[in-house]
Design a protein around this ligand. Structure first.
Ligand code: SF4
Ligand code: SF4
Length: 176
């Protein structure tokens, strides 16, 4: 009986080899061949723009608060029309774990995950991206969304000029 078991043990690996010889190879010859990732693939982060070309980011710090590895930093600023923006915005991709929590937290859809996975660098410092490196000239996954048209004040109309909006208060008039 042991003879049959030994014969089976000898023949079986050849059978496995023979069967796989006629299967389609799954190896992709990267970088000559590139796989197109699924639409929800999470790779390089981008900062998107409104349909009118304005920066969507209002520097609310929610993305940096949500980031589990603290790799987002920024400084907020306010334009004369009341629109907030990031004076500078920085992501350290050498620490990013591509979890997508920043994109989930963003109320304006400014920060989004793109499927661009080809941005490896030799030097760690080259993985620190500034706002200019992150900003794109489109709206990413939703080109039509405009945060300020839903919630903004002082951009669609001047401050105090929107429906049911009180005129702005000059805080100095409250001083004794
Ligand atoms: S994808 Fe995750 S780790 Fe990377 S910046 Fe966003 S929250 Fe931080
Ligand atoms: S990217 Fe989004 S969450 Fe982050 S600061 Fe800008 S508006 Fe806020």
């Amino acid at each position: 009986m042991n003879v049959w078991r030994d014969i089976k043990g000898t023949v079986q690996p050849f059978w496995v080899t023979l069967r796989n010889m006629f299967r389609r190879p799954v190896t992709i010859q990267y970088p000559e061949e590139k796989r197109v990732p699924p639409p929800r693939y999470r790779a390089r982060i981008i900062l998107t723009r409104d349909p009118d070309g304005g920066e969507r980011c209002v520097a609310c710090y929610l993305c940096s608060a949500a980031c589990p590895v603290d790799c987002i930093s920024m400084q907020s600023a306010e334009a004369p029309d009341g629109r907030r923006y990031a004076a500078w915005f920085r992501i350290n991709f050498s620490r990013c774990i591509y979890c997508g929590l920043c994109a989930e937290a963003c109320p304006t859809w400014a920060i989004q995950m793109s499927p661009d996975y080809e941005f490896s660098k030799y030097a760690t410092l080259d993985m620190v991206y500034e706002k200019e490196d992150l900003l794109v000239d489109h709206g990413g996954k939703d080109n039509e969304y405009n945060y300020y048209r839903h919630a903004g004040i002082g951009v669609v109309n001047p401050r105090g000029g929107n429906e049911d909006e009180a005129p702005p208060v000059d805080v100095r008039t409250n001083l004794p």
